[in-house]
Design a protein around this ligand. Structure first.
Ligand SMILES: Cc1cc2nc3c(=O)[nH]c(=O)nc-3n(C[C@H](O)[C@H](O)[C@H](O)COP(=O)(O)OP(=O)(O)OC[C@H]3O[C@@H](n4cnc5c(N)ncnc54)[C@H](O)[C@@H]3O)c2cc1C
Length: 391
């Protein structure tokens, strides 16, 4: 394993075909795909792996199929990925069980660690505990990236193309702030924790409690721990502990509050919904959450990240040979095609969760016409045509 956590000749004082910033699903998979093509790839991560990430941990059938197509189905073996076949919604007055076959539940720290290991296996060089910042100016057709390592050293590397995959809270673009999408008014933020020894909640399904301040998703991980993740209105957190706000949602929906939940350490994210910004400029592409995110209600963030990483591969391979101005437009269009239609479904559902009474009504109506559900789920699980041809 070529893991580099300190400055050395292996990573610095040389130019790379591609520098990938951020080793979440978007970055690690992009590094995997590009290294597999034989490109010299440096994958930079500011944290030490394995690291936790606030996430519901659910992978839909679409993400599962994509991983299979790029030869990574080993990441979804039963020891690391539990199966889910239903999504159970709860509001104050209704419950609805939707069949969602073919899904998986993963522990993010382990899933992301394995994805990074796979990219190293393809020849990418991984440097962790290193904060990367993209320089605004290019150096004779190369992008410059500053690498700040934890021991206080700073070095510059150059690359023919840089992929920024630094998620919602990344600082890779502090010197190019116009690239970054900004949080939307009324955006929720994310909260999450993982509990040991929690007896409540059956495996095989995603439990989703929805009330006015937000929603809480609960799944059982393959190692039997309970993963709890929530998107919540920041106003609901004023003067209240995150655990209390999440517990209130569970109680309002008549779900049990896991025994050791109140003493657990809940992590939070910045505001989730982002608008504006740019997804590309000369020799620089934004991939995954870095290029914009909505809300986790459809549990598709990782699928969007995976799909974008796969779609970036041929474009980056071409662009690193010779960058052309149309590559930026091409990337904006590609991401638009891949995620825009899915995000409109996500946006509508997220709006509905802000009106739980309306959601209850919709749930009761849907329960009377179960035959419309299967085609809808099939549609959501279908791969976008553009990806069908790419992998
Ligand atoms: C509450 C909640 C629940 C969710 N539930 C689900 C779900 O069930 N299913 C699903 O598919 N998605 C879910 N998501 C969304 C999912 O977590 C994200 O969409 C996904 O992690 C995006 O992957 P990414 O690689 O773009 O970013 P990330 O996974 O955030 O990875 C970014 C990486 O970049 C690193 N980094 C940041 N800045 C720098 C820097 N300057 N230099 C070097 N490294 C840097 C970070 O440390 C991090 O490791 C949920 C999100 C939230 C908030």
């Amino acid at each position: 394993m070529r893991v580099n956590s300190s400055l050395s000749l292996a990573t610095s004082e040389r130019s790379w075909d591609v520098v990938v910033i951020g080793a979440g699903p978007a970055g690690a998979l992009a590094a995997h795909q590009l290294a597999k093509r034989g490109l010299q790839v440096l994958l930079v991560e500011r944290k030490e792996f394995p690291r936790d990430k606030v996430c519901g941990g659910c992978l839909g059938a679409r993400a599962v199929e994509l991983l299979d197509r790029v030869g990574l189905s080993r990441l979804l073996e039963p020891s690391t990925a539990g199966r889910t076949d239903a999504l159970q919604f709860y509001t104050r007055t209704s419950t609805l069980r939707l069949p969602v076959p073919g899904g998986r539940v993963v522990c993010r720290s382990e899933f992301d660690r394995q994805l990074v290991a796979a990219s190293i296996g393809q020849g990418a060089v991984f440097r962790q505990r290193t904060h990367a910042v993209v320089e605004p100016n290019l150096a004779v057709g190369l992008r410059r990236v500053l690498l700040h390592s934890e021991d206080g050293q700073t070095e510059t590397v150059t690359a023919k193309v840089v992929l920024v995959c630094d998620g919602l809270s990344g600082g890779a673009l502090v010197r190019l702030p116009w690239m970054r999408a900004s949080p939307s008014v009324g955006s929720r933020l994310g909260l999450g924790t993982v509990l040991d020894d929690a007896a409540e909640f059956e495996p095989d399904r995603i439990h989703m409690a929805v009330d006015t301040p937000g929603y809480v998703g609960i799944v059982r991980l393959p190692d039997n721990r309970l993963n709890i993740a929530s998107a919540i209105d920041p106003v609901a957190l004023k003067g209240r502990q995150p655990v209390a706000a999440m517990s209130n949602i569970l109680t309002a929906c008549r779900l049990p509050v896991p025994e050791n939940f109140t003493s657990s350490h809940v992590k939070s994210t910045p505001l989730l919904t982002r608008r504006g910004g740019q997804r590309a400029c000369e020799r620089l592409l934004l991939v995954g959450d870095a290029g914009g995110y909505l809300e986790p209600i459809t549990g598709e963030g990782m699928a969007w990240a995976i799909a974008s990483a796969i779609a970036a591969e041929p474009l980056v391979a071409e662009a690193q040979r010779a960058w052309r101005p149309h590559h930026s437009d091409q990337w904006e269009q590609t991401v638009g095609h891949l995620v825009a239609s899915r995000q409109s479904i996500c946006r509508s559902l997220a709006r509905l969760t802000r009106h739980p009474r309306l959601l209850s009504y919709a749930m009761r109506s849907l329960a009377t016409v179960p035959w419309v559900v299967a085609p809808l789920i099939n549609h959501l699980n279908r791969l976008p045509p553009r990806l069908e041809t790419l992998c």
